[in-house]
Design a protein around this ligand. Sequence first.
Ligand SMILES: Cc1ncc(COP(=O)(O)O)c(C=O)c1O
Length: 381
Amino acid sequence: MKIPLSAPDVREEEIELVAKVLRTPHLSLGPKLPEFERAIAEYIGTENAIGVSSGTAGLHLCVRALDIGAGDEVIVPSFAFVAVANVLLYENAVPVLVDIEADTLNLDARRIEAAITPRTKAILVVHTFGCPAEMSAILDIARRRHLYVLEDACEAIGAEYQSRKVGGLGDAGVFGFYPNKQITTGEGGMVVTRNSRLATRVRALRNQGRASSEDWFQHSELGYNYRLSEINCALGIGQLSRIEATLAMRGEIAKKYNDRFQKNENLRLPVLALPDRKISWFVYVVRLSEKYSRVHRDWIMHELNRRGIGCGRYFAPIHLQPAYQNAVARTTDLRVTESQASRCLALPFFNRLQDQQIDEVCHNLCELIPLAAKSASATGS
Ligand SMILES: Cc1ncc(COP(=O)(O)O)c(C=O)c1O
């Protein structure tokens, strides 16, 4: 791709941090893991942070640690990455897929109560694309209905709701560090929680069910190897140390896109600012206007790719995934999800994206939109 959809931003000093670890005998379970965990805990403002091998692993461990199991229902948005529902199916729990708000693309708090049953145990809220969900309404429902709140903040490190960092607002939160994220460790994730008992449980489950006082061959419960290596942690420490500059840079890029697209009435642009919220930009997603359909969007994506411009359909709803056709999941009215998802288009978005690359993306997209209606039907796609 001439202009990729995403690209990691790893600096020389971070490569040196990783190289230093490789010269030590500690490639796993050494000093870098607690150092990275402390740095994240301090940044988010939670007492506890537990490094894990991926965001998915972190979500799975939270589900286990909260004792969410067979037949328990959990409210999740369908407009989300599939892992949020997969981690429930791993434990034979039931994802209850709820619709989103059209403006923020986040779980619609007004639709949660109608989806609650006596089996509901938790709300798994996603801060979609780095935009904080409506947490005061969600936390209020959870308090009244005695539900856990698990925050999927995999796309939202550094985002704030009412001046508090997301991830630290519910019972537990999870970050993801895949290379397209605001900060990366290659692969990796982090669970954060103010609840020390929960943290102890997640720590044990991460490490094959070993309690910290036990020896290597003593396993007090069924666990996993979801550890995060010293190599990953060294990179994470370096990336986290300059996160504020990274978030500012990404905010600037989103603004540049919005400025260039401002006059295009065929596009609905992401909001740059919302009251009480600080957005941490993960991806830049535009929506085609309502006269366009999925066919037009897919044709535009195909053409952008042909021209060397990366793009993605963030998100393809979970309930429409082939893997979910026979899954034990409950769907509610998902009209907004289906309508918005079919017209979403993620454009190239990464720290080092240059102004002339932004110009090129905008020029090509604006040229393709009016051609889409004709060409999409002509090709029968
Ligand atoms: C919202 C959301 N949840 C969970 C995940 C899973 O994270 P990972 O890929 O690190 O397992 C992702 C990653 O893309 C995500 O975007």
